[in-house]
Design a binder for this molecule. Structure first.
Ligand SMILES: [Zn+2]
Length: 85
C-alpha cells in the first residue's frame, strides 16, 4: 500500500500544507447574519500557526458571495431548483 502524501490549501494563509498540519473547522453557513438551514462550511487552517487558528474562527465563505446567493429567507435560486442530486 502506497501512502499518498496529501497536501491541503489553508483557506487563511493560502499555503499548501501537509495533511497533518491542516485542521478543518466546520461552521454553520451564515449569510447576512442568518443561518442557512442545512448549510455548512468547512474551513481549512494550519493547526500549527496561531494566526491561522485565530482567523479560522472569524472566517466565513459567505463573504465571498459565490455560494447560496439566494438562499436567504427560504428562497431558492433557479440554479438550485434545477439541480439534480
Ligand atoms: Zn494557514
Amino acid at each position: 500500500m502506497v501512502t499518498a502524501f496529501d497536501t491541503w490549501k489553508c483557506h487563511i494563509c493560502g499555503e499548501e500544507r501537509p495533511d497533518a498540519k491542516i485542521s478543518v473547522l466546520t461552521k454553520p453557513l451564515i449569510i447576512n447574519g442568518q443561518v442557512v438551514p442545512g448549510g455548512e462550511q468547512n474551513i481549512r487552517y494550519c493547526n500549527d500557526r496561531p494566526a491561522c487558528i485565530e482567523k479560522a474562527k472569524e472566517f466565513s465563505f459567505s463573504k465571498a458571495g459565490d455560494d447560496g446567493k439566494r438562499l436567504l429567507g427560504g428562497q431558492i435560486s433557479e440554479q438550485d431548483k434545477n439541480r439534480v442530486d
